[in-house]
Structures are given as C-alpha cells and as structure tokens.
Write a protein that binds this ligand. Structure first.
Ligand SMILES: Cc1ncc(COP(=O)(O)O)c(C=O)c1O
Length: 438
C-alpha cells in the first residue's frame, strides 16, 4: 500500500478508532509503560533540530541588485517584476498585485469583489483577524461558519446554512496550509453567485488535488509576514485569473489610482503598496519555497501516520490527494479519553522534549471584545446602527470551533526536521497518551 492510499484509508479509520479507546491495535507501543519525563523518566525526544538560516546569499544578491537602482518604487520596479514572475510559477495567475501584508491582500480582494455596506462574507472563526479586517473596513459583515472537527477548515454544510440573500462572498481560510474543501465551496459559490476568496496566508506551496492553492477561487491571498513559511518581514500578494476582478487589484492596492490608465480617481482605496526592498527578499524566498514545503508536507504526514489510531487522539486531517505545508501541526484530544486536563498533557509533552503548546488563538474571532461589543469604529458599528445588518456577535455560535480551540494541541513543524526526529515526537505523544489514558 502506498502512503497516499494509507492516508486515504486511515483518515476515516482513525477518526473512528480514536473515538473508541479499546478498538485500536496501533495503541500498542513500546513507550506505553515508560516513565514520563515529567516524572523523572527518560525523554522521548533527545534533540530538537534548529531551524536552518531562513535567508542568506540569494536574498543578499537581490538586495545588492536593488541598491544599484535609482528608484525603490514598486511600479515597474525590477525586484517587484521578478517577484511577480516567480510568484506566477508557483501560483499561475494572470493578475498579481504584491502588497504590504496578508491583511492588505485580503482587503484588496474584498474591495475588488465589490463588497459594500451590509454585504455578508462567510468565513472561518479560527483565523488571524486579518482575514476579516478588510470586510469590516468595506462596511461588510463577517459571518462565521463552523468547522470540520479535524480539518479545522470551513464545513461546507454549515456555510450553506448561513447563506442569506445578503451573502456576497466566502473567504476560505486554509488553516495551517491544509486545503479547504474547495470543490464543495466552489459549488456553493457558483450556485449562489458568490465570490470565493482563498485566504492562503498560511498555505504557501499547498496543493488542492494537485492544483496550486489559490487557483480554484476567484482570488488568492498570501502573507509574507515573518512567521510564514517564506517571508520578507511583512508583505503579501493578491492574485486573480478573473477578468472582472483581476484588472482592479492594482488600483485597490494603490489609493484607487489606476497606473495603466491614469486619469482621475474613480475609486477609493488605501495605500497597500509593497516596495522594492520587500520584493527583492520575497523574490529570493520564492526560490526556496518548493524545498521548504515538500519537506514540511513529508514531516507532517509522517507524524499523522505515527499517531494514527492512537485512542483519544484526533490527528490533523489532510485529504490524501492534497498537499499541506503544515504551518504548524494541530491535533485534538477527545474529551473524557484521558485522566488529565489538556494543560497537563502539554506539560508532559514539553517535558518529553516536544515543541508543543495548547490551542492556537484563545477564542473564535467573534468572541473577542471588539466583536462582542460591535465596537469597530470609535466604539461603534455604523452598519448595525443604520439597520444594514442584524448581526449580533454576542449570540453567534460556532460550537465545533470552540471545541477545537479547547482541545487542540499545537506541534511545531519545520523543514529542518528529520524523519527520526518527528518519529520521536510521535513517540512522545504516544507515551503521554498511554500514560493518561482512562
Ligand atoms: C490565515 C491568515 N489570514 C490572514 C493573515 C494576515 O496576514 P498579515 O499578518 O500578513 O497581515 C494571517 C497572518 O497571520 C493569517 O494567518
């Protein structure tokens, strides 16, 4: 059986077995009786590989070339041009606008899609707030849908339940680089005449059924912020193949000014331009992308194989035909399956030498005070005051998202990790799980 076939069959099986503490054969482990490191036993993970240098000669070369230029402005800039050319190789899109952040990329997309006062945009409640900042600034209304229990991505059935006559778009967040169910979301978007925006901020190099992430929806939005798989400190890029939207990207990232046509201002937007120094570094980083993502995908998938079938543990579920760039690995503990709280489980994992932490964002986005109080603009929300929405975030519910954040455990993944190392991390998970199993 190939690894692909294994993953396809095991994803369904592991969901079932992890719900049933006694049915799994994979529960047998040589580590099961070992003393936990937190109790003075030997560590499962002996040594953590350090992240390799994230930049070096290729970036220096581009920056040196840039310093020889007499302009550092993006428009027709050589570094920006090179960045766009390399971006198109990993994400073949006709229209590409480099910009200042992932938040900017998403705001440009939302503006170009024509989201206006009272328009509803359905998205995930487990994401960076940058996913919805643009929606709120365009006076649209983020509507948070619930998520798949182990993919942590939009549940298309719940998205459909939340579609109303006011819905204009879906923002599909590929959390951790795990591709959303884009087929189902595209079917919904087509059926209801919605725009599909892919938030690929965490999904550099990911693939949906073999296709580069970002190429299925109407817009692709990426972040180049420092924590991402590739970076230029801060930056982003928005792209589209759609003739209705693509030609608008440049002006919505550049104060509403169309640099091809010139003329008077016909639209209103802010300044989200990228500059040549960022583009120089980003262009060099794109050359590293394939090496980084293929390694992360391999390490993340191996971790899944090694913890599959462990009772009470729900691995990070990636479709067998997709590639996930594992911005991080996220697994869940089944409530009631262990004799300890999640915090104690994490503490034991860390003592074993694993790079683990509890949860991701503290609560689903709409449970933050700024949403609960509808206090987006100087403590007010004109959209609601003008009667353009009845949205009440204080009563908005996404139970699976809440549960994911309460039961999830994060494990670091990076490209310097070896198979041996990640196997020892899996051993740590198995050892701790066996120790606390009810
Ligand atoms: C899913 C997601 N969307 C949007 C953003 C916003 O990107 P940036 O921080 O570059 O503005 C991020 C960044 O953390 C993200 O992870």
């Amino acid at each position: 059986m190939t690894r692909r076939q294994f993953l396809a069959t095991s994803s369904a099986a592991l969901l079932a077995t992890s719900m049933d503490p006694v049915s799994s054969t994979a529960a047998q482990s040589s580590t099961s009786s070992a003393t936990l490191a937190v109790q003075g036993g030997e560590k499962a993970v002996k040594q953590s590989p350090k992240l390799p240098p994230r930049w070096g000669e290729p970036e220096r070369e581009r920056l040196n070339a840039m310093l020889g230029q007499d302009s550092l402005f993006y428009w027709k800039g050589p570094q920006t041009t090179l960045f766009i050319e390399r971006f198109k190789r990993v994400c073949p899109m006709k229209y590409v606008m480099p910009c200042s952040s992932g938040t900017a990329a998403l705001h440009i997309a939302v503006a170009a899609a024509g989201i206006g006062p009272g328009d509803e945009v359905i998205t995930s409640p487990i994401t960076d707030i940058g996913t919805v900042i643009g929606v709120i600034y365009q006076l649209g209304v983020p509507v948070f849908a619930d998520l798949g229990a182990s993919t942590y991505n939009l549940d298309p059935a719940d998205v459909e339940r939340r579609i109303t006559p006011r819905t204009k778009a879906i923002i599909a967040v590929h959390l951790c680089g795990n591709p959303c169910d884009l087929h189902a979301l595209k079917v919904l978007a087509d059926k209801h005449g919605l725009v599909l925006i892919e938030d690929a901020a965490q999904a550099w190099g990911s693939k949906y059924r073999g296709q580069p992430i970002g190429t299925i929806g109407h817009f692709a939005c990426f972040s180049l912020q420092n924590s991402k798989q590739i970076t230029c400190g801060d930056g982003g890029v928005v792209a589209s193949n759609d003739e209705r939207f693509g030609p608008l990207l440049q002006k919505f990232g550049d104060k509403g000014f169309d640099r091809l046509k010139g003329g008077l201002f016909e639209s209103f937007a802010t300044n989200y331009r990228m500059s040549e120094p960022q583009a120089a570094v980003a262009a060099a980083q794109l050359d590293r992308l394939e090496g980084i993502i293929s390694k992360r995908a391999q390490i993340g998938n191996l971790l899944t194989e090694r913890i599959a079938g462990l009772p009470g543990v729900l691995p990070h579920q990636v479709h067998a035909e997709d590639r996930c760039g594992f911005w991080f690995y996220f697994f869940r503990l089944k409530p009631g399956a262990f004799r300890c709280e999640r915090a104690e489980f994490v503490k034991a994992l860390v003592a074993e030498g694993a790079e683990a932490s509890a949860g991701y964002i503290p609560v689903p986005l709409h449970r933050n005070p700024v949403f609960q109080k509808h206090a987006f603009f100087a403590g007010r929300w004109p959209v609601r005051e003008l009667g353009l929405t009845k949205m009440d975030y204080a009563t908005h519910k996404t139970p699976e998202a809440e549960a994911i954040l309460q039961t999830g455990i994060r494990l670091s993944i990076h490209e310097a990790m070896t198979e041996e190392y990640i196997t020892s991390v899996a051993d740590a998970v198995r050892k701790v799980a066996h120790h606390y199993m009810v």
